[in-house]
Write a protein that binds this ligand. Structure first.
Ligand code: SAM
Length: 304
């Protein structure tokens, strides 16, 4: 069953802010590095008017299918690429594009990836322990929890999840997998709950939230891909071109902030002018109507 039939579309986060900061022009060429179901791309194309072109990239084939449906009235203006934004330069070269006027990254997972238990991203519903955004490519979360040494699992949970019970959770994972492989999200949730003392589980977010975030980041090599993607994005922007990035956790935001600062420094042959002194966050109404936007931070810069 295709994404557009089965799932609800992803609601784009801060769509007006993205359009305002990207300021797309008729005839301009833009890249949406995280196409999802195409919500941001749609807004950019509607605003840009005649002749604008967008290259939409996603590593998830279901996202590409959903976006094609969402953008069916803009078929001539949109080019769909099933790929990884860490291959940005190769992707644009293969399309004979040299420079572009704006690039968007809306990081993380989409609602339909999260809401589809079969994809294994959710701690709220039971499904196979997978978490690969690019279906079938590379090791899954199941591979990591069943094969990595306890120390490496603990490091992943500590570094990518900032989980204070990382060592204990890793020990519980290893103890459990010695009996039988861990194959479902539900099994992993139960292990995490058993590892975290009851008093620490009483308040705050779902006890498995940090573990799932950490494994997802590790499985999809999200921070490495972000470094590579941003680096290439700056190179292919034309002077005056805009880079807009929405991140959803502090590790991502730190990478974006550090890279913007580094590239805006005059001592360092700076080439970026930062447009958002502080990150832009969603307004209260947006957080109420789309709670998944609550952790979003948007940063933008212009190349000179
Ligand atoms: C938050 S969603 C984007 C939603 C989109 N802005 C919209 O309006 O529907 C993030 C998307 O980026 C994709 N993605 C994440 N990392 C990626 C990468 N390294 N390369 C390509 N796509 C990636 C995910 O598969 C997901 O579909």
């Amino acid at each position: 069953m295709t994404a557009n039939i089965k799932r609800e579309y992803h609601t784009p986060v801060m769509p007006d802010e993205v359009v305002w900061l990207m300021n797309p022009k008729p005839g301009g060429v833009y890249i949406d590095c995280t196409l999802g179901s195409g919500g941001h791309t749609l807004g950019l194309l509607e605003f840009a008017g005649a002749g604008a072109q967008i290259i939409g990239i996603d590593r998830d084939q279901d996202a590409i299918s959903a976006a094609k449906q969402e953008l069916k009235h803009f078929r001539d203006a949109a080019t769909f690429v099933h790929g990884n934004f860490s291959d940005l330069q190769d992707i644009v070269m293969s399309l004979n594009v040299l420079q572009v006027d704006g690039i968007l990254f809306d990081l993380g997972v989409s609602s339909y990836q999260l809401d589809e238990p079969e994809r294994g991203f959710s701690y709220m519903e039971d499904g196979p322990l997978d978490m690969r955004m690019g279906q079938g490519t590379g090791p899954s979360a199941r591979d990591l929890v069943n094969n990595l040494p306890a120390e490496e699992i603990a490091d992943i949970l500590k570094i990518y999840g900032e989980e204070r019970w990382a060592v204990r959770i890793a020990e519980f994972i290893v103890r459990r997998r010695d009996k039988a492989p861990i194959v479902t999200t539900g099994e992993l949730v139960d292990i995490v709950k058993a590892a975290i003392p009851a008093r620490a589980r009483r308040s705050g977010p779902h006890p498995a939230r940090r573990t799932f975030q950490a494994l997802r980041i590790a499985v999809n090599r999200e921070l490495d891909e972000l470094h590579a993607g941003l680096d290439q994005a700056v190179r292919i922007l034309c002077p005056g071109g805009r880079l807009v990035v929405i991140s959803y956790h502090s590790l991502e935001d730190r990478i974006v902030k550090t890279m913007f600062l580094k590239m805006s420094g005059s001592r360092n042959q700076g080439c970026l002018r930062i447009l958002t002194k502080k990150p832009i966050v969603p307004c209260e109404e947006e957080v109420i109507s789309n709670p998944r936007s609550r952790s979003a931070k948007l940063r933008a810069a212009e190349k000179f």
